[in-house]
Design a protein around this ligand. Structure first.
Ligand code: TRP
Length: 442
């Protein structure tokens, strides 16, 4: 996402923005959140929020990007002639900065697993995949810091070389492959003895499992998976060509995200009940459960390796846009400063990611607010900065932008629901975000 108007077609735009949006949120965070906050009840709330809140907000961010066409710490001033409103862009920038730091912890875990499985594969070692002990790995501070360092380094190199486009093109086949791989895992998982109670757990909403906290985190999850409030999606739309169709793109991304989240749920929960894991395992859930599923497959080690590559790819297409956002804001789209800014930002992110990773080992005793240091970073981003950013943008769009200009950018294609969308953005969504935002402090 370097130059303006770089995607000639709508499909190119969808691929790039979907690559950015679909990542650890759907595959890693969704199952772990659903496991902690009530399974089916969480899925139901997540679906409601994603369709009624997330989709209109995504359409809003695309519209703002298409109208403003510049980097996000400038776009609000450009659209409203009020400089101080750029604070919404800076809020987004702060959000992606912290997000990148804890995102890289999980990226590092993927890399460590990838190496473990690769070594097992090339040494024809037929030892059980279950030997890969998650608790053992994350208890090793040096190994995890190394893993996340490699993840950040990979991201930095891609951004410095400016080869994101190549990566985005590759997602044309990597994404479908990832979907297929997930479906294979789901089929295996569903065939396990005792799988059905896991299926019921994730698909059957039990009203008694709905809690205020669950509602809060389900909204945070919708924001996280759709990258809302971080201005990430605004940036993508600001680079897109005029032909890009906002609503078709937004709907495709929402559907893909729901699809991947549900698949991840159906891959994990049947295996949880079959093998007797705890759904409330937390951030390590996916990493603990999946080896047991691959263990049951023929060519399991090999398929696990392929899965980890695709998983890493999905995480990288997100992390490069996290870094890219910082680069475009701090270089003000001046490409000569690109390398320097990418390096400095990556080093700062790396430093910030160290306490995040240590909250699984030497700093695990530190507990406050939402939990460990890692939990608090996630909470700060998903439940505070992202909703605040989205709220700011709804107010700008609802009260400061001219309706007819908005309507023109919104487009007049197949989906002609401008008025309901506008009313939702202006009157309903700000109130929902404010209520849920305030509710968390009680
Ligand atoms: N949606 C991404 C995921 O699910 C995470 C994310 C949030 C993000 N905001 C972003 C990615 C901004 C890129 C840019 O993994």
């Amino acid at each position: 996402m370097k130059n303006q108007s770089q995607w000639k077609t709508s499909t190119g735009f969808i691929l790039a923005s979907a690559g950015s949006a679909i990542g650890l949120g759907a595959m890693w965070k969704f199952p772990y959140m659903a496991g902690v906050y009530g399974g089916g009840a969480f899925l139901l709330m997540f679906l409601i929020f994603t369709l009624l809140v997330g989709l209109p907000l995504l359409i809003m961010e695309f519209t703002v990007g298409k109208m403003g066409r510049t980097y996000t710490t400038k776009i609000y001033e450009k659209l409203t002639a009020r400089k101080w409103l750029n604070i919404i862009g800076w809020n987004g920038n702060l959000a992606v900065f912290i997000l990148f730091a804890f995102y890289s912890v999980i990226g590092g875990w993927i890399i460590i697993y990838l190496f473990r499985v690769l070594i097992q594969l090339i040494s024809f070692n037929s030892a059980s995949l279950n030997k890969i002990n998650f608790d053992h790995i994350i208890a090793n501070p040096w190994l995890t810091i190394l893993g996340q360092g490699v993840f950040i380094l990979l991201t930095m190199i891609i951004v410095m070389l400016g080869v994101e486009q190549g990566l985005e093109k590759a997602s044309k086949f990597m994404m479908p492959l990832l979907f297929i791989c997930l479906i294979v895992i789901v089929i295996k998982s569903l065939s396990l003895h005792g799988a059905m109670s896991g299926v019921r757990y994730i698909l059957q909403p039990r009203l008694e499992d709905i809690s205020i906290k669950g509602i809060l985190f389900a909204l945070g999850q919708s924001f996280f998976t759709l990258s809302l409030g971080t201005t990430g999606m605004i940036t993508y739309a600001s680079y897109a060509s005029k032909e890009m169709t906002i609503k078709t793109s937004a709907i495709s991304i929402v559907i893909m995200n729901i699809f991947v989240s549900v698949l991840a749920g159906l891959a994990i929960f049947p295996a949880i009940s079959a093998f007797g894991y705890k759904p409330t395992e937390g951030p390590g859930l996916l990493f603990k459960v999946l080896p047991s599923v691959f263990e049951q497959m023929s060519f399991g080690t090999f398929i696990y390796f392929i899965f980890l590559i695709l998983f890493l790819f999905a995480a990288l297409t997100s992390s490069i846009s996290l870094l890219e956002l910082n680069v475009s804001n701090f270089t003000k789209n001046d490409n000569t400063k690109r390398k320097k800014v990418a390096i400095v930002a990556s080093i700062l992110v790396f430093l910030l990611s160290i306490p995040a990773t240590l909250s699984f080992s030497s700093l695990s005793f530190i507990h406050f607010g939402a939990g460990t240091i890692f939990d608090n970073m996630d909470f700060l981003v998903s439940n505070i900065l992202m909703p605040l950013g989205a709220l700011g943008t709804t107010l700008v769009v609802g009260y400061l932008l001219k309706v007819d200009v908005l309507k023109q950018f919104f487009g007049n294609d197949r989906f002609k629901f401008f008025l309901p969308w506008y009313l939702l953005i202006k009157f309903v969504l700000p109130i929902i975000i404010i209520i849920i935002f305030i509710a968390q402090f009680f």
